[in-house]
Write a protein that binds this ligand. Structure first.
Ligand code: FAD
Length: 446
């Protein structure tokens, strides 16, 4: 046995921080790894992958710990954690940012804002940039600038080589282009361990934001008005709508323009039903980041979430289905959340990157959380119930919102891109070293 040693900060079950260090955001799925290695650089990552292969130990890759199904954890195995690799360097000449794989969204936004630039990414500040970007990445600048993965110029990644080895390579349009294609929407944990990203950045200053809330009586009208407008309006505006089991509906959004222009753009919403509250204001971009960052989303909790894509505005029957489910939700925290797509997302064809659902107009998510474990099954049943009931009107699911209950997950996440993803897997990980219940399979296990 060759003697590769684990390097980095190592935590094992007897370590004082083990309990905290093994815990992911979703408390409902508990796993007990035998070693967690907090890598400090790419060399530690390479050693960890080699060590796992030499010892034939199951392993998972982890960054921000937000996997819905805790695919970044494994029982009795090794966790290769990159979350202590957080360097961010901005190059103003090239308008590029070099970001290490352990950075969380909150720090990425803040440090880029210090230079008055940003990247389009997600809303919760504690989400890991790695997991988010490798699966696509949607957020409040998506319609203006595209998915997070659309702004990646290059990825540094540690992949398996030979029967027990590991090596660092780069993937870009010119270097390992197939792998680059696969890493833009193929999802984390499939091909290798990303250690750093080079991103194109965008100048930002002030933005305008809005929020409108309606009562339950306006459920059909407000939702219908939003869905027929949000994915098709001015692409400088990205908006979301949240349908709360507690009895209200809130649409909100971020606009790269003045409040006066925004007022005109959101006119169809302002004229719908009887809004309870309307807010429109211009604020510095970083304040908008804070506005859309739900603090609850950053705290560990037991939850079940799943999702789907909407390709055509939903008919009345589907809207009524959502309303019925919310009226019979297991608790008041339950929501259906939707974000408008279109705009820059559709500027790529579904085959241009591994992110398949380019033609969808809305990404929608079914969310529940609970406090005591007796409530777990009821909540899971609710999510699966609403997902099944919405199936006739929706397609697939976003790979960053994985759901174990989806049996035909290759088609749901990747559509017709799955074949090419398997080819890339066969080329870069033929021994299926990166393997979990919903990982991309090579064409033959060698
Ligand atoms: C509260 C909350 C808010 C969210 N908000 C958004 C949002 O606004 N927009 C959006 O698009 N998504 C959002 N998501 C979904 C999010 O994109 C995914 O959960 C994502 O996979 C999280 O990545 P992570 O690094 O935090 O999680 P982890 O659990 O660490 O990893 C997730 C997956 O990526 C793999 N992975 C992690 N790091 C690496 C790496 N360096 N190299 C290779 N593989 C890696 C893991 O093995 C795992 O399979 C949200 C999730 C939560 C829980």
């Amino acid at each position: 046995m060759s003697g590769t040693r684990l390097t980095g900060r190592i935590v094992i079950p007897g370590s004082p921080s083990y309990r905290q260090d093994r815990q992911n955001l979703n408390l409902s799925i508990q796993k007990y790894p035998c070693i967690i290695v907090f890598c400090q650089n790419r060399c530690d990552v390479k050693n960890a992958l080699k060590w796992a292969r030499e010892h034939k130990t199951p392993f998972r890759v982890r960054s921000g710990r937000h996997s819905y199904e805790n695919f970044s954890l494994v029982n009795r195995g090794l966790i290769i954690d990159v979350s202590e690799m957080k360097g961010i360097v901005y190059d103003p000449q090239k308008q590029m940012a070099y970001i290490q794989a352990g950075a969380e969204l909150g720090m990425v936004y803040q440090q880029l804002w210090d230079n008055r630039v940003t990247i389009p990414a997600g809303t919760s500040s504690s989400v890991g940039l790695s997991g988010l970007a490798l699966g696509g990445g949607i957020g409040m600048l998506t319609r203006a600038f595209g998915l997070t993965c659309d702004s990646i110029e290059e990825i540094e990644i540690v992949i398996p080589c030979e029967t027990r080895g590991a090596k660092v390579i780069c993937a870009s349009q010119t270097k390992n282009p197939d792998l680059f294609w696969a890493c833009r929407g193929g999802g984390g944990g499939n091909f290798g361990i990303a250690t750093a990203f080079k991103f194109r950045v965008y100048p930002v200053a002030n933005v305008s934001i809005f929020s409108i809330t309606w009562n339950w009586e306006d459920f059909h009208a407000s939702y219908n008005s939003w869905q027929k407008w949000a994915p098709f309006t001015d692409k400088r505006l990205t908006s979301q709508i949240e349908l709360f089991a507690s009895g209200t509906i809130t649409a909100s959004g971020e606009f790269l323009g003045s409040p006066k222009e925004l007022q005109k753009v959101i006119k169809p919403l302002l004229e719908t039903g009887t809004p309870l509250n309307v807010m429109i204001q211009s604020i510095p971009y970083i304040e908008a980041v804070h506005f859309f960052n739900s603090p609850g989303g950053n705290r560990p909790v037991s939850f079940k979430r799943s999702g789907s894509f909407v390709y055509e505005p939903l008919p009345d029957k589907a809207i009524e289905t959502m309303k019925q489910f919310l009226e019979n939700a297991p608790n008041q925290q339950t929501t259906i959340w939707q974000q408008a797509l279109g705009g820059a997302v559709m500027e790529y064809a579904p085959k241009e990157t591994a992110f398949f659902h380019r033609k969808a107009i809305i990404a929608q998510e079914y969310n529940t959380s609970w406090m005591c474990k007796e409530q777990k099954q009821e909540n899971i049943n609710w999510v699966e119930g609403v997902r099944n009931a919405m199936k006739p009107y929706t397609k697939g699911d976003y790979v960053n919102w994985p759901d174990r209950a989806i049996k035909k997950w290759p088609c749901a996440y990747y559509g017709s891109n799955y074949k090419r993803l398997r080819k890339v897997k066969t080329a870069y990980d033929p021994y299926n070293v990166f393997c979990f219940s919903q990982s991309i399979r090579p064409y033959w296990p060698l």
